[in-house]
Design a protein around this ligand. Structure first.
Ligand code: SAM
Length: 261
């Protein structure tokens, strides 16, 4: 690799970006471009041999890359370090709404969600098809690129609420959103977490959002027995489509402010 190039944020913002699969990387020095990507870079973005662009793998890496003379590959010039992720991983357990989960995927990705668990609760009316999952993962990838995220969020296969409770039992803190003011505000709960806590590896929290018809008493009891903390998102009753965005905005405000960012 050549000597490291200092890039200002303005220079970075002017470079075109290309998402690649990790398998396209060769020896950490070269990117093999697929036909569609060659077309996109040379015909759509009108880059020429020798032009630079940013390449991102959706798994935490950005590189400054340079298009080869043959336009079918690119040389990696250097890694690029950017801060785009929330300082803590947030897993959202979201009861599947009748419609609108596409928007939840898109917008929670923009807001920094790490993992989405589409969940079937006792009052969930929808049983999603396999095609839906493929579609949600594509939407998450596009939204991650658009919002310049380092990571594409993981969207797990839809699971029952009981399973979601069980599968998140190792997480560090878990919260269940209750619509009728039974809990402390999520912001107050998150503010209790010291500023020097957890990095991505150890600090995953989970936030559960219920269905249009609300949680059943049994689900609330199950969650609380499993040490979920009941929390409020404010005085108004939010739709299942709105509550995930509100919860993530609160988490972003709580954690990004703590690092002065
Ligand atoms: N009729 C339902 C009830 O009384 O619980 C309303 C459910 S609300 C449309 C859907 C979900 O969004 C709730 O189960 C809860 O998880 C979340 N939610 C909505 N407003 C909230 C609020 N103000 N505080 C916390 N959670 C809220």
């Amino acid at each position: 690799m050549e000597n490291s190039i200092e890039l200002t944020s303005t220079q970075l913002s002017r470079l075109q970006r290309l998402a690649i699969a990790p398998s396209q990387l060769q020896f950490s020095t070269r990117i093999v471009l697929e036909r569609e990507q060659q077309h996109y870079l040379s015909r759509v973005l009108r880059l020429n041999a020798g032009d630079r662009f940013i390449s991102m793998d959706g798994q935490g890496h950005w590189w400054l890359a340079q298009l080869s003379a043959s336009l079918d590959s690119a040389t990696i010039l250097q890694p690029i370090h950017v801060e785009r992720e929330l300082p803590i991983d947030v897993t959202l357990i979201v009861a599947l709404p009748k419609t609108g989960f596409d928007d939840i995927v898109r917008q929670t990705t923009e807001l920094g969600v790490a993992t989405l668990m589409p969940t079937i609760t006792e009052r969930t009316l929808l049983k999603p098809s396999a095609q839906k999952l493929t579609r949600w993962r594509r939407i998450a990838k596009e939204a991650a690129e658009q919002s310049e995220r380092l990571f594409v969020p993981t969207i797990v296969d839809p699971i029952s609420f009981d399973k979601a409770v069980n599968e998140t039992r190792q997480l560090w803190r878990r919260y269940i959103c209750l619509a009728r003011g039974e809990g402390t505000h999520l912001l107050d709960r998150l503010a209790e977490i010291p500023a020097d806590t957890p990095n991505r590896a150890t600090g995953t929290i989970a936030i559960a959002i219920g269905p249009e018809g609300g949680w059943t008493a049994r689900e609330i009891d199950t969650a609380i027995a499993a040490r979920f903390e009941p929390v409020s998102l404010g005085r108004r009753i939010l739709r299942t489509l709105t509550a995930p965005m509100a919860a993530l905005s609160v988490a972003a405000a709580a954690f990004e402010r703590k690092i002065g960012n």
